[in-house]
Design a protein. Structure first.
Length: 248
């Protein structure tokens, strides 16, 4: 039986590597992307012998989400894995990068539209298809900077830990993970948050010390959890000393 995995924002970075690794584990991977870049990414994976298809999906656009859901429903009738990976850390809006006193409504709105509202909209659209799978897995890509403990650590000075929009969007993702896990507790579906660690991608301006593949491993592990695996937890693969569920 075909097992399908949809990864949003899979045309590059950690999402692309997640798609590749799940493809190598036998999934039919749906390379979610908001532009035609998804087609090139899916082609690259097919050239490597993987069963990959591009799926146009902009997580900020309900019509786009609905078209994607209808396409997956018509073709596969269910979805085994959803990796909510699409995310942005900064934007053109003033206030995404400075300290809390510089945050603006526009910056908050732009980051939350993708990282929070988009994640919920995509999850709810695909939930009926996920319920039809034998034991679906939902992975919400979060970040250690959304952890109270990380942000509360004295001496932490990286900009994204001191600014409001991005870290708090990931804190919201963690709470959302917990809430879905509770709602779905009497189903086989597991919902967890994944922190990829600090990776070298466009999102970090290529400053991260981990490769996108290393960042993808935690999402892959949570996407392929066994029946007795956890649900409603927050895992990081980026810091071996924190390689346990993080404190929320
Ligand atoms: N890199 C890190 O150190 C790090 C650390 C912790 C967490 N994360 C999280 O990991 C995830 C992947 O990030 P990355 O580092 O791989 O960044 P990236 O290379 O910039 O990739 C982000 C992906 O999200 C897509 N995306 C953005 N807005 C979208 C939208 N509205 N609809 C659909 N797709 C959209 C991008 O598409 P386009 O190409 O069209 O822009 C791209 O495919 C994000 O959730 C990020 O917050 C990253």
């Amino acid at each position: 039986m075909t097992t399908t995995a949809l990864i949003t924002g899979a045309n590059k970075g950690i999402g692309f590597e997640t798609a590749r690794l799940l493809g190598e584990r036998g999934f039919t991977v749906l390379v979610g992307a908001r532009s035609e870049a998804g087609e090139g990414a899916a082609r690259t994976l097919r050239e490597r012998g993987l069963d990959a298809r591009s799926l146009r999906i902009d997580v900020t656009d309900d019509a786009s989400i609905e078209r994607a859901r209808a396409e997956v429903g018509a073709e596969f009738g269910r979805l085994d894995v959803l990796v909510n990976n699409a995310g942005i850390a900064s934007s053109t809006a003033v206030g995404t990068r400075g300290g809390p006193s510089t945050a603006t409504r526009a910056a908050m709105r732009e980051i939350y539209e993708t990282n929070v509202f988009g994640l919920v909209a995509v999850t709810n659209a695909f939930l009926p298809l996920l319920r039809r799978a034998d034991a679906a897995r939902i992975v919400n890509v979060s970040s250690q900077v959304g952890s109270f403990r990380s942000v509360g650590t004295p001496g932490e000075s990286l900009w994204y830990v001191t600014t409001i929009p991005y870290p708090t969007s990931k804190t919201a993702v963690n709470m959302i993970t917990l809430m879905y896990a509770k709602e779905l507790a009497d189903t086989p579906i597991k919902v967890n948050s994944a922190d990829p660690g600090y990776c070298s991608t466009d999102l970090t301006g290529r400053t991260g010390e981990r490769t996108p593949e290393q960042g993808a491993l935690v999402s892959v592990a949570l996407a392929t959890l066994p029946a007795d695996g956890p649900s409603g937890r927050f895992f990081t693969d980026g810091d071996p000393t924190l390689n346990e569920p993080l404190p929320w």
